[in-house]
Design a protein around this ligand. Structure first.
Ligand code: PLP
Length: 411
């Protein structure tokens, strides 16, 4: 087959790494010089004024340098506020690679033969495609699983089953009183896994009844990427007690934040005089402010919604066309394409085969990410300024790679 894409000067990059918002926007490189001295001195204060983009209750912002550091601080806050130790997170969750957060991260590659991250307990991930339950209305997405169910649109038996599992964790694996529960609104590293609608709301109530606080890790989902809302937690109709964010906040610059209520911040202050040399440095703040302005001025959240939905629906058509595309899921510009051996068994397509498809995409000028336990899911989270013609290109390349793969299989 002729690789007509080769004339491209550079590949189209749809991977989850930075830069998250834009490719290279001139406005961002101007960020520092555009920021006035007054604004800079404001930003170097440890407490920032409430950010326009957050609901009123989160009045305290701690600026740090990475997502892992933000989650470490959130863990400490949860424990300081609750006076408890145990923290629950989902299997498949990725919350960081630092000694403390490795306890929350439940991905095999990050589990080691060394002690670390004590007091963390995994619970079943309510994955409506690969998990034991899930049907045709579970997800907040224009694309549902190929599994059928008999639930009415406003009830979800899968959600109820997964909540029973969550209760089971609460009654078997943690102390009576817990410190908290961490969740990504959509799991990123685990292959863009979405939970059934209503799950987080009920889980949050159960956690609070045990004295714990609820933490949303918005490192991948925040800043308008999901299109319909600025924050992923809003898509679940919940208000977490702590929100952590990184990646998109600085469009590739090392910056992260933890946002919480004054009560929780006070509990932390009783235990720790929080200090961070580089967190909230003037350069990071100038870039963070520029990012927020660009998102607003260039309607990037709306772009995520429109172009993301366009892309999701186009990839969903490939699922109907190809037996090896088992699931297409996601929201806005966070999309997962899970590869299977066939749609009946839904066993993961072997890694070597997914590698070949991945390589073919790369040779045709398309960079995508990978995720899930067996690395069987392609992850797509491009810059939020992506256009429909770029999506058309990406989908055509992906289609060609799948066709080539089916031809190889048939030989
Ligand atoms: C959901 C989530 N949380 C936390 C982190 C850790 O962020 P960092 O790599 O900035 O430490 C990541 C990184 O990929 C992530 O995806």
């Amino acid at each position: 087959m002729t690789l007509i894409w080769r004339h491209l000067l550079r590949p189209l990059c749809l991977v989850t790494s930075a830069p998250r918002i834009l490719e290279m926007h001139p406005f961002l490189s101007l960020g520092t010089s555009r920021t006035s001295v007054t604004k800079l001195s404001l930003h170097t204060k440890p407490r920032m004024p409430p950010c326009d983009f957050m609901p009123e209750r989160y009045q305290v912002i701690f600026l740090v340098n990475s997502g892992s550091e933000a989650n470490e601080l959130a863990m400490l806050m949860a424990r300081a506020h609750s006076n408890n130790i145990d923290i629950i997170s989902f299997r498949g969750a990725y919350h960081g690679c630092s000694p403390y957060t490795l306890g929350l991260t439940n991905v095999g590659t990050y589990k080691m033969e060394l002690p670390g991250g004590t007091g963390c307990q995994p619970t079943m991930c309510p994955d409506v495609f690969r998990g034991p339950w899930g049907g045709s209305h579970c997800r907040d997405s224009p694309v549902q699983t190929i599994r059928k169910c008999s639930c009415a649109p406003d009830c979800c038996q899968a959600k109820d089953q997964y909540i029973e599992q969550f209760k089971d964790t609460l009654s078997t694996s943690v102390a009576k009183s817990i410190a908290g529960f961490f969740a990504e609104p959509i799991q990123g590293v685990n292959g863009v896994v979405q939970y059934p609608k209503g799950f987080l709301k009920e889980a949050f109530e159960l956690v609070r009844a045990r004295g714990g606080v609820c933490i949303a890790d918005e490192v991948q989902t925040g800043f308008g990427r999901l299109g319909s809302h600025f924050w992923g937690f809003q898509t679940h109709d919940v208000l977490p007690d702590i929100v952590t964010m990184a990646k998109g906040i600085g469009n590739g610059f090392p910056m992260a934040a933890v946002i919480t209520t004054p009560e929780i911040a006070k509990s932390l202050a009783k235990c720790l005089q929080h200090f961070n040399t580089f967190g909230g440095n003037p350069m990071a703040c100038a870039i963070g402010s520029a990012v927020l302005e660009v998102i607003k001025e260039e309607n990037l959240q709306e772009n995520s919604q429109e172009v993301g939905t366009y892309m999701l629906l186009k990839f969903a058509k490939l699922r109907d066309e190809f037996e090896i595309v088992g699931d297409v899921r996601g929201k806005g510009l966070m999309i997962g394409i899970e590869m299977v051996q066939d749609k009946i068994s839904c066993r993961p397509l072997p890694r070597e085969e997914v590698n070949q498809i991945h390589e073919d995409c790369k040779h045709m000028g398309l960079l995508v990410g990978r995720g899930s336990i067996f690395s069987q899911t392609f992850r797509i989270a491009p810059s939020m300024c992506i256009t429909k013609p770029e999506v058309d290109f990406a989908v055509e390349v992906f289609r060609s790679a799948l066709t080539q793969h089916m031809e190889r299989r048939a030989k």
